[in-house]
Design a protein around this ligand. Sequence first.
Ligand code: ADP
Ligand code: MG
Length: 451
Amino acid sequence: MVETVSEIASLWGRILQKVKEKLNDSNIFDAFFAASYVDHMEGSTLVVVANTGLAAALLDTKYRGLLNTCILETTGTNLGLVFVEEEHLKKEAPVDKKPSFFKESHLNPNYTFKNFVVGQSNREAYQASLMISENPGKLYNPLLIYSNSGLGKTHLLHAIGNSIREKHPNLKVLYCTSADFINEYIQYATGSKVGDSLDTYFKNEVDVFLVDDIQFISKKPGTMEMFFVVFSTLYAQGKQVVITSDQHPNELNGLDQRLRTRFISGLTLDIKAPDLPTSEGILRSRITAGGLDVNDFEAEAITFLAQRFSSSVRELEEALNRLLFYTVNIKQTKHIDLAVTKEAIQGLIKVQDDSSKLSETKIIATVADYYSLTPSQITGKIRTSQIAMARHISMYLMRTLLDDPFEKIGQAVGGKDHSSVMSGVKKVEKALKTDRDMQDAIKELTSRLKK
Ligand code: ADP
Ligand code: MG
């Protein structure tokens, strides 16, 4: 009995030799038989691959008799014959059947719950993420996490994905950014992925959908429509969706109203800038993860870095990398004290100091921080009373501290006209006469800005 691949190949070679002799027409032989091979045997049937559809059809009909004779003469038995076209076989082969979308999207194994440092600023987001990875689809759906950049959204999203793959290996996890989704949608909509429905892909291939930086989907009606379909499909099947955004969905300009409602229908949490102990914890954890000894770092050095780079963990990490580079390559010292730390990050601090000069941007950032808003909320179009007030206060401070003309202020707060700026500044001036809260706010903000 022939069994191995090479036995089958050699058998087919002998059969073809016989065909060639009997056929006695090398053109025909070369055109239809020479390139054929046996892919595998199913029982006593040979599954023969022909190089074109025409060849497969001819072997199956016109030359079947000849082939049967040659098989009998070569092997002494009758073997069944099935012919397939090479192209067709490739499409059918299960090993080749990869999902047709999101081939470039992967989870980063380095972002885990274990190496995520938890503090007050991110505790809720961390806990919700952890719970979701224990019980995908069962608790909060969708979970939406928003924050300024560099505060750990992407890290948490990957941590959820990695943890679910570990605890629920049967679930299919897809991580992508909204930019990836837009790309897939465009290819789908322009027909280069015709035949594959994005919706069907999600229905069949995705159990947990992790989508990062959803803000980019705004103002793209086609993509938003498709996203809505996909979201609804997954949601209806009880599949977990986790979304991150750089702003609260209510503040995302140009986001479809139906999506906005869906996004905040589960659990919506924000991550704040880390407080000092958290920043210090992150630094220590990074130092240890890099194979270094925390004891080589003076506590003052760590505190100094944590204080200086507190608005973004990404910046904090950059500052640490720079420090390590400097101490290893330039200072060649293992012991890291405050002086060497200051030296190492001089360049970075200079940049910071420049940006800390009083400016429209700094005023907006400071006011936003004071009211727990994001700068883009202040420069945006939404007019909840709190945002409008923060906007008016920003205008007032630009007028009084920078002596800016109304037009310039209008531009700085996102393109408001001369008269709205004037009326905004007036409102603050008027409130200042009687309103204690306003007086306190302006006093505190002015002192923060003059630091
Ligand atoms: P975002 O997506 O919010 O912009 P990232 O998740 O990309 O932020 O975080 C930026 C960097 O900071 C990443 O290297 C991430 O690992 C790190 N990071 C953020 N928060 C934490 C944390 N709490 N513990 C440890 N590393 C963190
Ligand atoms: Mg991110």
